[in-house]
Ligand binder design. Sequence first.
Ligand SMILES: Cc1cc2nc3c(=O)[nH]c(=O)nc-3n(C[C@H](O)[C@H](O)[C@H](O)COP(=O)(O)OP(=O)(O)OC[C@H]3O[C@@H](n4cnc5c(N)ncnc54)[C@H](O)[C@@H]3O)c2cc1C
Length: 402
Amino acid sequence: MSVELHISGMTCDACARHATGALQDAGAHDISVDWRAGRATIDAGGASRRDLARALDGTKYRVERIVDPIGVGASIDGEYEYDLAIIGSGGGAFAAAIAGRGRDLRVVMVERGVVGGTCVNIGCIPSKALLAAAEARHRAAQSHFPGISTSARPVDMRQLVGAKDEIVGELRQSKYIDLAGEYVFELLEGDARFVEGPALEVDGRRIEAGRYVVATGAEPTVPDVPGLAEAGYLTSTTAMELDELPGSLIVIGGGYVAMEQAQLFAHLGSQVRMLVRSTLARGEEPQVAEAVRAAFEDDGIAVHEGVTADHVRRDGSGVVQGGGGPGGGGGGSTPGASWRRTNGPMRSLAGSAIARANSACSSRSAGVRPWLPVHAASSRVRLSKRSGCSVANRSAAAPPAE
Ligand SMILES: Cc1cc2nc3c(=O)[nH]c(=O)nc-3n(C[C@H](O)[C@H](O)[C@H](O)COP(=O)(O)OP(=O)(O)OC[C@H]3O[C@@H](n4cnc5c(N)ncnc54)[C@H](O)[C@@H]3O)c2cc1C
């Protein structure tokens, strides 16, 4: 196996020759030493890491680090406990762990919450399970054939969410937890933070590894809309745990999580209104956004683009109001929106050692923007139109109480 050695103490061509000889004696071959860079590339042959680490003992040079082709290092004075420590246990973390095990690395994974992270627990899987069920209800409620009448009965959210939780539990077990046993790596519970070393501290236990992967994902974050906290709100996570269907809902945001949640609740039978600061599906091609707009119109979802929620307040009628840009007056009763922020190592893995943990790489997910519904008995959302529009800060009239 080809590896790179970081060697200190070499100052001239003669040093390179001496180092080459010592490495040959240790069993390495195909040796190329660059004394200026302080590096040697070798084929380790049958030499173990420990042999290589000690190959220059008794000379004035020293092997400081051994780096294999995928960039995984090992300590020299006694090996680290692990070759690879992964923070987080979502899809990114498991991909890294499986790749690491494929290279026979000793891997440890640390999770502070629920194993599986976002996708299986609160993201892709639960949302698609619920969307599939909601579509069945939506189709039943709509008859497209003359002479055929169909109907849909009220949704039992408790049962629906219970069934979704079962699917999530099964997939969490079979697609995540079980893999730690199958691929043979350690799965630790606890909150990881970087400390001097660099090393990780996990609930008092120190973990040292040759390399660290930060796969800490993102979490819902609440936008700074005055009154929102007081009025109460849902996130995409809590919305998919409701045990009662909201009669109406305002979704704040226009990204994919917001769109998913809007359609989910519309198909379940809620009246849904979306407040989108820029445009729907902003990151997609305009044709995609157009197709989504058309589909949402068919679904009865009212989409208001170019509007910003200024504030939210309860109005005593048991509903939350939306108002604002053209056509933005009136509103649903449960505003919702969705933002997510990255769990960056600088935020969640505190400690000065992070700056030194230059071996860490990141598989952080970027820019996930879920929604943040306001789930309020009686509130108003005031909106302002952006981009120099003339309509600003207009509150809506209260809709009929449900
Ligand atoms: C509602 C919703 C629907 C989605 N639908 C889709 C979809 O259909 N398709 C798709 O591709 N993507 C979808 N996504 C996005 C997708 O779920 C995420 O991009 C993906 O799961 C991110 O994976 P990750 O491994 O980067 O992080 P995560 O899965 O978020 O895992 C990070 C883990 O790190 C843990 N952690 C954080 N800090 C620490 C610490 N200090 N110590 C220990 N553990 C820590 C967290 O507890 C968490 O479990 C959706 C997201 C949401 C919210």
